[in-house]
Design a protein around this ligand. Structure first.
Ligand SMILES: [Zn+2]
Length: 99
């Protein structure tokens, strides 16, 4: 993947990005399985609000979706390569969150 000993920093950077991406994707998919197993009906997208956050992820931040309507890349992260968004479960009993 990195070209062995001839790997450049760019190649290593891309490799690290791929690993980061795969890890984030696995984390979110595991989270989704947890939500389904726990019979959670809704989840909220939380994006990393930073200067490098893209418009799509920025718009997604705080949005609530039904677990049964989940569509990765549309209503469930990862939205794109290097996306750092996560999801959290939403309970109807959560009245402390007014966002
Ligand atoms: Zn994102």
């Amino acid at each position: 993947m990195t070209g062995g000993s001839k790997a450049t920093n760019g190649q290593m950077g891309r490799a690290a990005g791929m690993i980061r991406n795969a890890t984030a994707q696995a984390m979110n998919r595991t989270r989704l399985q947890d939500l389904e197993l726990s019979h959670v009906k809704k989840y909220k997208c939380v994006s990393l609000v930073s200067p490098t956050t893209c418009v799509d992820c920025d718009a997604l931040d705080g949005q609530v979706f039904n677990v049964e309507d989940v569509e990765e890349g549309v209503s469930f992260p990862l939205m794109h390569y290097n996306c750092q968004c996560i999801v959290i479960e939403v309970n109807d009993n959560d009245d402390w969150d007014t966002s």
